[in-house]
Design a protein around this ligand. Structure first.
Ligand code: TRP
Length: 363
């Protein structure tokens, strides 16, 4: 069986370090591993509209931002198909048929939907499109016969819901859909990068993100004002590592070589942590190291972004060509689905014959 990846992001803002460690970096590794037959990376504009119905301009503006972020981290249109969700109308059609296989109460129990409803204060006025987006996400995944969906742990309930839809479909209509597997980030620090303010998650609305497109000065400013251990006022006092965002970022980004290169006082992160916990190591030194570590990762990304920013028509061309490939692929799956569901009236010679015979007996 072919190994196929499908994943994507909502275009509601520029991508940040949380996206990078949580998914983008891994995608590039998977792309370059040569282990996958096909890789589809989707800009989920239709899904973004499910809770931004009144702000299409935001979605429109962020398509190119997300595409630039993709290209700048090293997603390569020669190896991965980059496309826009709404340019593949087959996905909407699949969603409509899958919706028959899902109950309202099952959607209400989806933990991601539940928490998003709370976060967005929808209360009793939940848009139907938003409420049913797990079904549309199942269409995204199955349309490409994806075997592997690399996403963050927050997407686990979406994958479970998708697997249920696949089982239900195949049991009801015959095996037409492929069951996908989730691929979670490997390094535990990468599961969720906290915001620069120490809050659980980077989020645009909290203003605690470091963006892939931030310049060196912005990165420096953001790191220098990062949340550490609020009890660590005197550098000679012991400091706490747990909940200290600077150390969490170092867990996610720093390597032993970085110590040799930028901070030879320590062999590795554990030594620096030990010193911090004993007392005698100040936040500023740790932050300065973190800035260097981040810069090493971000500088080449920034360079590539600058190049693509000079070729915006080229970026749209890539998305257009990718969307055409994606549509052809999804059309094949939709044909399989319609055949399984017996709604392929005009392609089914046997059906026409059967109906003919029914009436020829009446003569
Ligand atoms: N829900 C994902 C997000 O919020 C985006 C997405 C849409 C997606 N369809 C998908 C991810 C299919 C993986 C597979 O970022």
């Amino acid at each position: 069986m072919e190994k196929i990846i499908l994943t994507g992001d909502r275009p509601t803002g520029r991508l940040h370090l949380g996206h990078y460690v949580g998914s983008l970096k891994r995608r590039v590794e998977l792309q370059n591993s040569g282990e996958y037959d096909k890789i589809f990376i989707m800009i989920a504009d239709a899904q973004a509209l499910t809770d931004n119905a009144d702000n299409p301009e935001k979605v429109r503006q962020n398509i190119v931002e997300v595409a630039l972020d993709y290209l700048s981290v090293g997603l390569d249109p020669e190896k991965s198909t980059l496309f826009i969700q709404s340019m593949v109308p087959e996905l909407t059609e699949l969603t409509f048929y899958y919706a028959n296989l899902v109950t309202v109460s099952r959607l209400q129990r989806n933990p991601t939907v539940k928490s998003e409803i709370q976060m967005r204060n929808f209360e009793t006025s939940i848009p139907v499109g938003f409420f049913t987006y797990p079904i549309s996400q199942a269409a995204d995944i199955t349309a490409f016969k994806a075997t592997t969906v690399p996403v963050g742990e927050d997407q686990m309930p979406m994958l479970e819901q998708c697997q249920e839809i696949v089982h239900k479909f195949n049991a009801t209509y015959g095996e037409a859909l492929v069951e996908p597997k989730i691929l979670l980030p490997s390094n535990s620090a990468c599961l969720r990068l906290p915001g620069t303010d120490g809050k659980a998650k980077m989020s645009k609305s909290l203003g605690n993100c470091i963006y892939l497109s931030d310049g060196p000065d912005e990165v420096k400013k953001k790191v220098m004002s990062m949340y550490t251990d609020p009890g660590h006022v005197d550098l000679n006092q012991p400091g706490k590592i747990e909940g200290n965002a600077v150390f969490t970022y170092l867990d996610a980004f720093s390597k032993d070589e970085d110590f040799a290169e930028f901070w030879p006082d320590y062999k590795n992160l554990q030594e620096a942590k030990d010193h911090y916990q004993r007392g005698g190591l100040g936040d500023v030194k740790v932050k300065k190291f973190l800035i260097k570590v981040l810069e090493k990762e971000l500088a080449p990304i920034r360079e590539r972004r600058k190049k693509w920013e000079q070729d915006i028509p080229g970026v749209y061309e890539i998305l257009k060509a990718g969307s055409e490939v994606a549509e052809r692929t999804a059309a094949e799956t939709l044909a399989d689905v319609k055949k399984a569901m017996k709604i392929n009236y005009f392609d089914d010679g046997a059906l026409i014959k059967e109906q003919m015979e029914k009436y020829s007996n009446k003569k």
